[in-house]
Design a protein around this ligand. Structure first.
Ligand code: C5P
Length: 304
């Protein structure tokens, strides 16, 4: 095999309940990950040496490093280390990665995690590794809390630091609009801000309400709208107060609900159907409260 292509969706969090800080510095989470139809494409091509290189293209390609610090490059190295000692002599362990980046960077959409997961899937095929899903997920978790979900796609409850996953059924398509902000937010900064805001407040153990899972099983958008929640939203708004204008604009334009996605700064809005999502995206793009707005559908599948 000379080339493998993986199509990797962005994710939003329909629920992000953040518990106490753990001894390892991560926060205990209860989250519902939901993959949506905005994709990065990761291509793994056979290299004629054992090195790993990366080339970026696409709308957001210039926003990520093209050196060994790139998370997809680190993913390829992490996988190469786990190759069995007896390997097929015809298959080299080098790879040329190409990433067509359409997911905004540091936006709360797990774009970097999508690229890392795509590199894992594409390199595993290119190198003809027969790794179980469980072993691939272990490598994924070593790269970042969201990478195991990015391997999976669809919709899943995440616990632990987000790496322990349980897929959940969704009864139909859900229609969303992503309002992409100008600039980035650093995930560690947002968690740190939340800790500051919470100082002295009791932090309950995070849970996923059964009503949310029932609304997903029924693809009941109006009920789901009332259950969307993100504990990081307060911290993201405190670091980027203009996001309140984006959220208000979405509500005024008829969204069923709107929340900050992950650690932000992207805001995500739920629409009743595809036509309403298209109209909401146009309205938000024209509102002057975000850099771009795009209508997407979930749950989306990983294409590898
Ligand atoms: O795992 P990942 O590299 O995506 O995490 C980035 C940062 O986000 C961590 O270094 C930590 O500051 C914060 N984080 C956290 N608790 C989690 C996930 C992430 O505090 N469950």
């Amino acid at each position: 095999m000379l080339q493998v292509i993986a199509r990797m969706p962005a994710k939003i969090n329909l629920l992000l309940a953040v518990g106490p800080v753990r001894a390892d510095g991560f926060h205990e989470l209860a989250t519902v990950f939901h993959a949506v139809s905005l994709y990065d494409e990761v291509t793994a091509s056979a290299a004629d040496d054992d090195g790993v290189s990366v080339t970026l293209s696409g709308r957001y390609g210039s926003g990520v490093p093209d050196d060994q610090s790139n998370l997809a490059v680190r993913a390829a190295h992490a996988l190469a280390k786990r190759r069995p000692a007896v390997r097929r002599p015809a298959v080299r362990s080098g790879v040329r990665l190409g990433i067509r980046k359409e997911i905004p960077v540091a936006a709360g959409l797990a774009g970097g995690s999508a690229d890392a997961a795509g590199a894992l899937l594409a390199c595993a095929q290119l190198w003809q590794l027969r790794l179980s899903n469980a072993r691939l997920a272990t490598v994924a978790a070593s790269l970042g809390s969201d990478v195991p979900f990015s391997l999976l796609g669809g919709t899943a409850v995440g616990t632990g630091r987000g790496e322990r996953l349980r897929p959940v059924p969704v009864g139909g398509s859900l229609h969303w609009v992503l309002a992409v902000a100008d600039g980035e937010l650093s995930t560690p900064d947002v968690y740190r801000r939340l800790d500051e805001l919470r100082a002295g407040r009791p932090v309950p153990d995070p849970t996923v309400p059964d009503e949310l899972l029932a609304a997903l099983a029924a693809a009941d958008a109006p009920t789901l709208a009332g259950l969307l929640h993100n504990d990081l939203q307060e911290a993201a708004l405190s670091l980027r107060p203009q996001l309140a204008d984006t959220l208000a604009a979405g509500r005024d334009l008829g969204a069923l609900a709107g929340i900050v996605s992950g650690s932000g700064p992207t805001c995500v809005f739920l629409a009743p159907d595809a036509d309403a999502a298209a109209a909401l995206a146009s309205g938000l793009a024209a509102s002057g409260t975000c850099a771009d707005a795009v209508a997407v559908v979930g749950p989306a599948a990983v294409g590898a």
